[in-house]
Write a protein that binds this ligand. Structure first.
Ligand SMILES: Cc1ncc(COP(=O)(O)O)c(C=O)c1O
Length: 410
């Protein structure tokens, strides 16, 4: 039985113990994870680690005590505004992750809608069927409802179907840039103009793309418009701990105006200790996450991020080309680092099982059955091993063993 030791142990002993405990973990350092970890190489990881450690004790709950954290947070939001072409007077906050950013944007939208006379109980968020479950979690917490609208034949959001689903209970329309399941950018201009025409809030979930799409655009990847240049976009979630390569616990939620951003924080003062105003669900916020993200942004700079995008796109091209020779094709036309690979002639779940047994950690899609990869720069090296194992798994997989579902994401 694990127990708190009577006498504590020294660091050398603990470090060795921690190392041993990793024995059965996924080998992300060798690019074996196409999920959960974003690996831009050792120098980026070390910058994030050192900055995180330097600010590990500081608490962003108390920015009056730590003006350095307030300044870094402001720098990060300014950078995020620059990357998303936010207008003068835009607002935004640093949060701990995509779910946090989405939850707070939903909270801001709900309070904005209440200010406009909406009854919040059962108010509706219209989202494409591919939207992240975080919207449902947020709705669950706030007694709201998510209506998931089927995507079109190209697997992106269907604005016509979304328009048909708008009711007098609707408060928010959602589009993803890109969606997690297929890595495809939804038609944000159509969704945002629908929102504007109906007096609704439009949230763009760029948790995956926020720190990828701006640099992809700079190197000439043709992409649908998705950021604040699109009129009608009210808020954007963009994760630093994904393609921003920051240590985990780092995301941004951005608002077109300070007025919209002001609906996010919660403030309370009916207790003995004065006003407690907090921008996210959290009280204490790790200073390390802010310092880590700030340091990685400044370490990579524009050119570093562009190179990361080139590497990720190269890894995807290598994998897509190699997988095509084995009968796999991407779902839709992904242009970023996410791809779902499907193979109509094979039992893809059986192949995914075989790949998992070979140590590859990825997600799967159910409709259509696919192996789902979220690629990092480090996959340029791992891609060749991946394809060799995929060839083996595909050759030996039965044509059909009967669908068994996609299993657990987590
Ligand atoms: C599109 C999208 N939105 C939101 C999230 C949630 O982010 P987090 O896991 O940081 O809460 C994810 C996570 O993969 C995502 O892919």
């Amino acid at each position: 039985m694990p127990h708190l030791p009577e006498q504590g142990r020294g660091w050398n002993d603990l470090a060795a113990d921690l190392d041993r405990r990793r024995d059965n973990d996924a080998d992300w350092r060798r690019g074996r994870t196409a999920l959960f970890v974003f690996n831009a190489g050792e120098s980026v990881r070390r910058v994030g680690e050192q900055a995180y450690l330097a600010y590990m004790a500081e608490n962003a709950l108390g920015l009056r005590a730590f003006p350095s954290l307030a300044a870094m947070e402001a720098d990060i939001i300014a950078i995020a505004h620059e990357l998303t072409s936010a207008p003068h007077g835009a607002g935004g906050y640093f949060t701990t992750g995509g779910t946090d950013s989405i939850t707070m944007a939903v909270k801001a939208c709900r309070d904005w809608a209440v200010g406009n006379g909406q009854n919040p109980v059962g108010a509706e968020i219209l989202a494409p069927s591919t939207a992240h479950p975080a919207f449902n979690k947020a709705a669950h917490l706030m007694n709201l409802k998510v209506i998931r609208v089927p995507v079109g034949d190209d697997y992106t959001a269907n604005p016509v179907a979304m328009e048909a689903a708008i009711s007098d209970r609707t408060i928010m329309l959602v589009g993803s840039a890109p969606c997690f399941p297929y890595g495809l950018v939804d038609p944000i201009p159509e969704i945002a103009s629908l929102a504007a025409a109906n007096g609704l809030w439009c949230h763009v979930d760029a948790c995956v793309g926020g720190y990828f799409l701006p640099f992809a655009e700079q190197i000439g990847v043709e992409l649908p418009a998705w950021d604040f240049r699109v009129p009608g976009v009210s808020s954007i979630s963009a994760d630093l701990h994904k393609y921003g390569y920051a240590p985990k616990g780092a995301s941004t939620v951005l608002y077109r105006s300070q007025e919209l951003a002001a609906f996010q924080p919660f403030s309370f003062d009916v207790w003995p200790n004065g006003v407690m105003a907090t921008p996210t669900l959290h009280g204490t916020r790790p200073g390390g996450a802010i310092a880590g993200a700030w340091a990685v942004l400044n370490h990579l700079g524009y050119e570093g991020f562009r190179q990361c995008v080139r590497d990720v796109l190269a890894a995807r091209a290598t994998i897509e080309t190699g997988a095509a020779k084995l009968g796999f094709q991407p779902v839709g036309h992904p242009k970023l680092g996410l791809v779902a690979l499907t193979n109509p002639a094979k039992d893809v779940m059986a192949i995914a099982d075989a790949m998992a047994a070979k140590g590859w950690v990825s997600s799967r899609t159910a409709t259509p059955p696919g192996i789902h990869l979220m690629l990092s720069p480090a996959h340029t090296v791992a891609a060749h091993d991946y394809l060799a194992d995929l060839a083996d798994a595909t050759q030996n997989a039965p044509a059909s063993r009967g669908a068994t579902g996609v299993g657990s994401y987590t």
